[in-house]
Ligand binder design. Structure first.
Ligand code: HEM
Length: 477
């Protein structure tokens, strides 16, 4: 660009800038946004999730151009028109499929980062809660989109989930009927799922993400030390441990984007179905309403919740267990009231418990991946109890406990598990052998956690030396 072109470009930009707050928004929200200087790898997943959101919207737009929301045409409009007949259709579709799973990987990591560093604590409770709503909207978006290719698993998966909804007393049946638009899954279902997937949920997601970012910039970012940088500012009110988001973190995020793209496009080009994990193998067959598959299960990111629904031997209680897991996440600011935010300065047993959260979640996914045998269902129930326990024991770590109180926690939690199991077996007797085979899992976890706390009280001690300023790990120190 020569000098004349440059000054013309400046004038055009100036014209817009006088009428829209472009440069002031860039300055206040990006270039001069004070970010803690010790952001680590865990802090790139938010930006990457944002990137994937944009990619999903863009690829989805092109898919919608050729897609036909009609049971007679849907499968072939995807498998033939998009995948083979339209230019780059295969690439756009595969990016959308891999993008859906990438979105969940990133959001799960992003949420876990928040749990590790206590980003749900004051003053970020609302930011966290908005995040939970984003997750729910994302889950709904994925569920709705899964029906669209009208494959075997699309059809039967949606049938199972809408069937679960009928178990909600009073309103369940009307909701399921409204969702299906009929008594069975058919043309009205596909039409409304299409509209919700391409219009309603994306708008909702975008709005929620915008509010999420506004809330973030209102309270400022947390960091791996959990130390509030705004509590220590210089004469010009700039946090002493803060650095401008641009260029430091824009560059860091761009590096993250390049690594992410290498992995993402490897899947897109070489394994778009992710060995059946990103797209079920059964979905290469058109839906057949007269043939129920021998095993129906959702994609990997919903498997842990499926284990909960399947494990509890009553549909309604299963739905409650499923909904309860979100309630637990939403209630984290109430459950964990310890003033120390970051896991770095929390006790050994707290760390063990925080590690057990994703471990039991993955474990649930593993269990749900197996066939719906009686053994796997009971197994799922007990691992669900472990997942719940990792949240419900959090108040124990809010302050130092005497040995007597720790013993009381052990007895009380074991008793609760025992009573729940008794209740579950009264609903559906699985037989003693099966019960003994997996019943010990939650009991053993609680015994390990509180047993170690009783034997070695030092393991429950948080750090004595909480830093007042940020420690190493960032660009500057
Ligand atoms: C579409 C999904 C999402 C997008 C695009 C998104 C985007 C972002 C971005 C860009 C940031 C700032 C950068 C960072 O801290 O990584 C952020 C921060 C945050 N997000 Fe999200 N987010 C999403 C979902 C969620 C979910 C599901 C939760 C939790 C349930 C959540 C909780 C948080 C919290 C607590 C912070 C502040 C973290 C801190 O300062 O330590 N977000 N989000």
């Amino acid at each position: 660009m020569n000098n004349i072109d440059q000054s013309r470009a400046k004038r055009v930009f100036g014209w817009f800038d006088q009428r829209l707050p472009i440069s002031s928004l860039w300055r206040t929200q990006v270039a001069e946004y004070p970010a803690p200087k010790n952001f680590n790898l865990w802090y790139i997943f938010g930006s990457l999730a944002l990137l994937v959101l944009v990619m999903q919207l863009a690829t989805g737009l092109f898919l919608a151009i050729h897609y036909q929301p009609n049971p007679h045409l849907a499968f072939w409009s995807v498998a033939r028109t998009i995948q083979r007949d339209s230019h780059w259709g295969w690439l756009i579709r595969d990016m959308h499929i891999v993008g859906a799973s990438a979105f969940f990987v990133l959001v799960y990591l992003h949420m876990y980062r928040g749990i590790m560093y206590g980003s749900y604590k004051k003053p970020r409770e609302l930011l966290w809660l908005i995040g939970i709503f984003i997750y729910l909207a994302l889950a709904a978006e994925a569920f709705l989109g899964y029906l669209l290719p009208w494959g075997q698993m699309s059809y039967w998966g949606s049938a199972v989930v809408t069937n679960f909804v009928t178990a909600i007393p009073g309103i369940g049946k009307p909701i399921a009927q409204w969702l299906r638009g009929s008594f069975v899954i058919g043309l009205p279902t596909l039409n409304r799922f299409f509209v919700f997937h391409v219009f309603l949920m994306p708008v909702l997601l975008l709005a929620l993400v915008l509010v999420h970012l506004i809330a973030l910039h209102q309270v400022g970012s947390n960091n791996p030390d959990g130390v509030e940088i705004h509590d220590n500012t210089n004469e010009s009110s700039w946090p002493r441990d803060g650095i401008p988001f641009h260029p430091y973190y824009t560059v860091k995020d761009l590096f993250g984007v390049s690594v992410f793209f290498v992995v993402f496009f490897w899947f897109v080009f070489y394994r778009p179905d992710g060995w059946g994990f990103l797209l079920d193998k059964l979905n290469y067959t058109p839906a057949n309403i007269l043939h129920t598959p021998s095993d129906i299960h959702p994609l990997w990111f919903f498997l842990p919740f499926y284990a909960m629904l399947r494990g509890v031997p009553n549909k309604l209680y299963g739905i409650m267990a499923f909904a309860g897991s979100f309630a637990l996440l939403a209630c984290l600011p109430l459950l964990d009231r310890n003033p120390i935010r970051s896991i770095r300065y929390r006790s050994v047993l707290y760390k063990l418990n925080i590690l057990m959260m994703p471990a039991s979640f993955l474990w649930l996914g593993y269990v749900a991946h197996g066939f719906a045998t009686e053994h796997n269902m009971v197994y799922g129930l007990h691992v669900t109890e472990v997942f719940y326990a990792t949240f419900l024991v959090l108040p124990f770590f809010n302050k130092r406990r005497a040995i007597g109180a720790t013993v009381a926690w052990l007895v009380a939690t074991e008793a609760v598990v025992f009573l729940i199991d008794l209740w579950m077996y009264s609903i559906h007797a699985h037989g003693w052998a099966l019960m003994l085979l997996t019943d010990w899992i939650p009991a053993a976890y609680l015994l390990l956690l509180f047993g170690l706390a009783i034997l070695f009280p030092a393991l429950t001690r948080d750090t004595q030396h909480l830093p007042e300023r940020l420690t190493a790990g960032g660009i500057f120190h």
